[in-house]
Design a binder for this molecule. Sequence first.
Ligand SMILES: Nc1ncnc2c1ncn2[C@@H]1O[C@H](COP(=O)(O)OP(=O)(O)OP(=O)(O)O)[C@@H](O)[C@H]1O
Ligand SMILES: Nc1ncnc2c1ncn2[C@@H]1O[C@H](COP(=O)(O)OP(=O)(O)OP(=O)(O)O)[C@@H](O)[C@H]1O
Ligand SMILES: [Mg+2]
Ligand SMILES: [Mg+2]
Lengths: 256, 256
Amino acid sequence: MGKIIAITTPKGGVGKTTTAVNLAIGIAQNGKRVLLLDLDGAGQCAPTLGFKSRSINGDILDVLSFKKSFKSVIHKTSDKNLDFIPMRGLDYAHELKLSKFTSDELIIKSILSDEIFSYNYVIVDCPPSLIGTTTNILMTADSTIIPVKASRYSLNEVVRILKHMQLVKQNYNSKLKVEGILLTMYEAHTRAAFYTKKILMKEFPNELFNIVIPKNVEVAEATFHNKPIIYYNPEAKSSIAYKNLAEEIVRRNSIP
Amino acid sequence: MGKIIAITTPKGGVGKTTTAVNLAIGIAQNGKRVLLLDLDGAGQCAPTLGFKSRSINGDILDVLSFKKSFKSVIHKTSDKNLDFIPMRGLDYAHELKLSKFTSDELIIKSILSDEIFSYNYVIVDCPPSLIGTTTNILMTADSTIIPVKASRYSLNEVVRILKHMQLVKQNYNSKLKVEGILLTMYEAHTRAAFYTKKILMKEFPNELFNIVIPKNVEVAEATFHNKPIIYYNPEAKSSIAYKNLAEEIVRRNSIP
Ligand SMILES: Nc1ncnc2c1ncn2[C@@H]1O[C@H](COP(=O)(O)OP(=O)(O)OP(=O)(O)O)[C@@H](O)[C@H]1O
Ligand SMILES: Nc1ncnc2c1ncn2[C@@H]1O[C@H](COP(=O)(O)OP(=O)(O)OP(=O)(O)O)[C@@H](O)[C@H]1O
Ligand SMILES: [Mg+2]
Ligand SMILES: [Mg+2]
């Protein structure tokens, strides 16, 4: 049964999509079968993997509206170990539709069940929100990765998502746990970075990944070439960090 | 009648809150009466202005639930020209409640009307979303400022919010226009910045502000001191840029 890891925090712009795509690739490069699932209406995983809108034939919203089967919206990628379920960039009407579907917290869990057996990992990109698809995936996920960009705002949101995970764990999904808190776009020389790391090491020492994703201007540059950093420049420090993170996750979850 | 300017884009983490708070202060420093309204459930304007949760006595959710009047949730700040309506950091249940209230797009417009006459400007911080409070405020706003952090992701979301604004303008709020597209946390030496500026100058030459908010590590640092950058370090390049932006907005809107 595939391990479902949701990349989530209600804080915007901290590297959820960047982490979801690069980690999924990193784990696939370790020989594991991975499904990347985009649950954010902005649909930014697709351009990151080089998918143009005409090469997308169906997304999770089609499955929720019973227009397509789950299997039919699984797209192959250039990596034989990585499959992908996109989300097209939703306009207002479709965002409303998605919001209405997912006000039932168990709807995504109900459509996922059988199909994901053939994957070792399902990596899920979440929108910057607590409600909607985020809660839906928490109902069935094994764990979460919580990205944090150095600032008090990001830290405040760690508390918000952890409280919510506690609620979901106690009432619906007892297996849910934190895979780890991940420092992203980290600028080690700044005070904000120093304060953030210090607070996380004090309050969440067991959850904080040792691996840190450094800030690297090429990550944003890569978005103009429709490539994730791990393909755009495999030697970039953040690519190496994502590969190390992938190995760490695979190692932890392979222990008999 | 106060001019309502919404700071909005569905893209997360591009400086909506930072812009809303610092611009509101900048305009107040120009002698104008300003109301800062936080419509993001994360409620990050309050800590930025140094408000602890115990000094918040009511927010917009209280008004929407008919627990408090609009007037009663207006908080005074250290600046006599700046008043503030906070949002407490919402837990899941309250985010759901807010989402249900605001599925009626005209609810916020209906509670705003009379009260805002005494302000010259109402600056509104929006969540990273198209639906909910964002659409509500677009129904009654005069204009929007769309922050953009240099990346293809941010640019894709500019298209999404502009399309949505067009829909709102045609069907509900004919006065709605773009106050400007604002480059934030701008690192002029990077390719991503070069590409982003080039594309915006080509596609939205009339909307793109000449004023650019430079990246400045002290902005995130200031969040640990519960101060906006304009108070934390008034001489920082981004503080000066926000002051210039405030002067530009006041100048444009004072023309007889
Ligand atoms: N390590 C990094 N170094 C520099 N820039 C980065 C890094 N990781 C991500 N970025 C850039 O920061 C921005 C935010 O990242 P991303 O969009 O992945 O965050 P997100 O949390 O998914 O945002 P949203 O809340 O909008 O979904 C993007 O422009 C991305 O290119
Ligand atoms: N000019 C700047 N230079 C450096 N850092 C900045 C700048 N402006 C904002 N930041 C930092 O970038 C992060 C994102 O900014 P902010 O939270 O204001 O964005 P937002 O669009 O409101 O995010 P959200 O989508 O979560 O509401 C914050 O940590 C903030 O401190
Ligand atoms: Mg994202
Ligand atoms: Mg914000």
